[in-house]
Design a protein around this ligand. Structure first.
Ligand code: SAH
Length: 241
């Protein structure tokens, strides 16, 4: 049995009961170092197979092999496993293999939901997720999606907004949105949502400080009705108030 588990954005209090139970039932835990560390208290003395970043394929293959050998395996991803996580890769590998393995995907709170609550209610109207990582997606495709989402006036949540070697991507994304979104459009920045070191800032499209952003940050750009009041970012749904 292989559980593919989204453990939520941070602490144990943001994990679903289902995820908790699956981790408790598992014989072995597989995951990226940071995430296995976040759930240490639940893992106890179970064996943990940790791998570093960019070792996704090895991690998934190891998890599948253990499950095939009769173990109950918990493969953990941060946030939701089906959003830039491991769930898709596991199911792709399973569909390529001729033996059967029981896979259950367990949902988790994705970073945008946690960040939205920190900022107020910015995701009340239609929104989308765009990852600025071009490791697996060609950069021209990402640019096209940013423009289309801005043109359609979506609230946009940027995942993977910055890393070493990709410093300019978020700045470029802001340039691409400029023709469609007003310079005063509210922007919320949440670093380490749901974790002990959580921090957040509110700014605008024109005043954005790109230096605040790293790979543990989520950036939420409002739509044309989003406003900030009392330190909270709100996207009206359309109620007459
Ligand atoms: N599966 C994860 C996303 C993995 S992609 C999920 O559903 O949340 C990694 C990106 O997610 C990071 O670069 C960052 O943009 C965002 N992220 C993940 N956890 C976060 C957190 N606790 N606070 C802010 N952003 C986070």
């Amino acid at each position: 049995m292989l559980y593919v588990i989204g453990i939520g954005p941070g602490g144990l209090d943001m994990m679903t009961y289902q995820a908790r139970e699956a981790i408790e039932q598992a014989d072995v835990i597989v995951g990226y170092k940071t995430y296995t560390h976040l759930i240490k208290a639940l893992v106890g003395d179970k064996p943990v197979i940790k791998t570093g970043m960019c070792k996704e394929l090895e991690r998934c293959q190891a998890a599948l092999e253990l499950a095939q050998n009769g173990k109950t395996v918990a493969l953990v991803s941060s946030g939701d496993a089906g959003i830039y996580g491991m769930a898709g890769l596991i199911l792709e590998l399973v569909s390529k293999q001729d033996w059967y393995v029981d896979v259950k995907v367990i949902p988790g709170m994705t970073a945008s939901i946690a960040a939205g609550a920190v900022l107020g209610a910015p995701l009340m109207h239609d929104f989308c997720h765009i990852s600025l990582s071009d490791l697996l997606t060609p950069w021209p495709v990402i640019e096209k999606r940013i423009q289309a989402a801005a043109d359609a006036d979506f609230v946009i949540c940027f995942y993977n907004p910055r890393s070493r070697g990709r410093e300019g991507h978020l700045r470029r994304a802001f340039e691409l949105m400029a023709p469609y979104k007003a310079p005063t459009t509210p922007v919320g920045i949440v670093k380490e949502a749901g974790r002990r070191k959580q921090q957040h800032w509110l700014t605008t499209l024109e005043a954005m400080d790109f230096e605040l952003v790293d790979m543990r940050t989520l950036v939420v750009v409002g739509n044309q009705s989003t406003y900030v009041d009392n330190g909270l970012m709100v996207t009206p749904r359309g109620y007459q108030v």
